[in-house]
Unconditional design. Structure first.
Length: 172
């Protein structure tokens, strides 16, 4: 697979992952461009590993961590919350999802990366451990702590933290 074919096929997924990691769409675009620019000269070697997705995801996670280490990059991105929609609004589900990701965005980098890779990229613990360079037990621990922190924040915000039932009686 050529570099251009890979970028056309997997580029949007890399941008989505970067947006979850760095919490800012513009910074995520820049981060993916930076990672792809660093990967291009090494593309033949990356393809020989037979796992270019894993390699580039790891580059992306490492680049997002490196970006925060720079002293000048410690600004905090704040979303404009505005008016919250009512429970009967058509955009309630999207607003709830956005509010949930706002809670995820304040988690520590590793926990946020684990949640993004597990629930958004749908990777198993072994793949996540390989990307993050840690053990599978560490991945499970980060996931457990992240979910506990999000659940605690949801509980303090007055949201139901357990399984709920929809109007037709099905559990969601």
């Amino acid at each position: 697979m050529t570099f251009e074919e890979y970028v056309l096929a997997r580029g949007p997924a890399l941008v989505r992952l970067a947006r979850l990691l760095v919490r800012d769409a513009h910074r995520a675009d820049d981060l993916v461009q930076e990672v792809l620019a660093r990967a291009y000269p090494r593309w033949a070697r990356i393809c020989r590993t037979d796992q270019p997705d894993r390699y580039l995801r790891r580059m992306l996670v490492n680049a997002s961590r490196s970006w925060w280490r720079r002293r000048a990059n410690h600004e905090v991105v704040v979303a404009d919350v505005g008016d919250q929609p009512g429970w009967k609004d058509i955009g309630t589900e999207a607003a709830d999802r956005e509010a949930l990701w706002r809670l995820v965005s304040v988690l520590p980098d590793r926990q946020r990366a684990v949640l993004a890779l597990r629930y958004y990229e749908d990777l198993d613990d072994a793949s996540i451990a390989a990307i993050l360079g840690c053990s599978q037990a560490t991945v499970r621990t980060h996931a457990m702590r992240a979910l506990a922190a999000v659940r605690a924040q949801l509980g303090t915000a007055g949201w139901p933290t357990g399984p709920t039932r929809s109007e037709n009686g099905r559990q969601r």
